[in-house]
Design a protein. Structure first.
Ligand SMILES: [Zn+2]
Length: 390
């Protein structure tokens, strides 16, 4: 006997009584209970199952198998008996949130179908994520328009009906469905917005969804994956975003409404400072080079973090004046150095080999110039290079 789905007719009921028809060991310390009827919506159609309590024990999951709804309960197989009449209750806050998000998904999918010729190819509704996949790519203009249109459907507070139709009643009714049905079909209708085959509980009117917000879009299998939130989840998300924006505005002593301009100004200032810092580092490096006597053979310099191009130019400048190892070591972010080295009278590769062998440095290059990174102190590097050249 198929389990009677009380949630079909009574999506707003939270408590029920049912008879235990079967109990089996779940193998994880809990058991699986079959009832004659249930309010627990099982995991189905991309939506995670209801949770709650049965006979005083926690229900962690409900699954459907050949029309039987199986309840996964945290109790031993001997804690309940076949024939027991037990009380059940679903976690209403969790269920209502799922109803808000699922009806919201129908609104988005219905609008995409009728206005943008894009079909729903996947739906996932779990505790922390709600996604909808579309058959064609949607640009930002479309998703913006879609969000506005979906929220308008919420303001219009349109009644949502869920009803089974026999095959012969379906003539002339256009509905969305991913599969063919042999038996009666349950259609969820939002007049003027969407008609879709669906097995899940829905809100009675679109106004109960409260708000829909699309929080992310990404390309997915030739279409777009929309991540969105409805109702309480959307409100909590937007509240968090608002608090973050307010905090940042407070830190910048700006109004939240001026945040974009304020951040742009800071980024421009940062870019200008970076240029100034680079120029100063370049000047310092060339001052150091000019202070070296032209008579010395080896010219090894250490500098603060320098632009790779500046470092390379400096090494070329050194190599015009000195015949031995001409190297610039610029400090990296991890306490080591990025090096570039020329060796006019020798083979620069011998220097990178030496650094590799003695200081497990990384890097290499051509006879004329090598570059790499070494995790060692200035003193250790100088010792290795001087020993080599003495
Ligand atoms: Zn659905």
């Amino acid at each position: 006997m198929p389990t009677v789905k009380l949630y079909d007719e009574m999506p707003y009921e939270r408590n029920f009584r049912a008879s235990v028809l079967g109990i089996s060991d779940a193998g994880d310390g809990g058991c699986i209970v079959e009832l004659d009827r249930t309010l627990f919506f099982p995991e189905e159609g991309g939506q995670s199952s209801d949770i709650g309590f049965l006979g005083g024990y926690e229900v962690t999951h409900a699954a459907i198998k050949n029309d039987l709804i199986l309840h996964y309960i945290k109790c031993g197989p001997s804690d309940l008996n076949v024939g027991d009449e037990i009380e059940g209750s679903i976690d209403w806050e969790y269920r209502f949130s799922n109803m808000q998000n699922h009806t919201g998904e129908h609104i988005l999918s219905g609008l995409l179908h009728s206005r943008w010729d894009s079909e729903n190819t996947g739906f996932h509704l779990s505790d922390n994520i709600v996604t909808l996949d579309t058959s064609r790519e949607l640009d930002e203009n479309i998703t913006d328009e879609l969000e506005v249109a979906a929220n308008r459907v919420i303001y219009e507070n349109i009644p949502v009906s869920c009803r089974y139709f026999q095959k012969n009643e379906l003539e002339g009714i256009e509905y969305r469905s991913k599969k063919e049905f042999d038996s009666d079909i349950r259609l969820v209708t939002i007049p003027g917005v969407d008609v879709c085959a669906c097995c899940a509980p829905h809100v009675a009117r679109t106004g109960e969804i409260g708000i829909i917000t699309i929080i992310r879009t990404m390309r997915y299998k030739g279409g777009t994956r929309l991540t969105f939130l409805c109702g309480k989840r959307a409100y909590e998300y937007l509240l968090q975003v608002k608090k973050t924006a307010d905090n940042i505005a407070h830190m910048l002593s700006e109004n939240t409404g001026n945040l974009t301009g304020a951040v742009e100004r800071i980024l421009n200032e940062r870019d200008e400072l970076e240029v100034k810092l680079k120029n100063a580092a370049r000047r310092r490096l060339y001052d150091d080079i000019d202070r070296l006597s032209d008579d010395i053979k080896e010219a090894v310099l250490f500098t603060d973090k320098a632009d790779n191009l500046v470092q390379r130019d400096a090494v070329n400048y050194l190599a015009e004046r000195h015949s031995g190892i001409c190297a610039v070591f610029s400090s990296d972010d991890d306490g080591g150095y990025n090096y570039i080295c020329a060796y006019p009278e020798g083979d620069a590769r011998s220097v990178s080999k030496l650094l590799r062998d003695k200081l497990t440095a990384k890097g290499g290059g051509s006879k004329e110039m090598v570059q790499g990174n070494v995790k060692a102190s200035e003193e250790e590097i100088r010792q290795v290079l001087l020993k080599n050249t003495d």
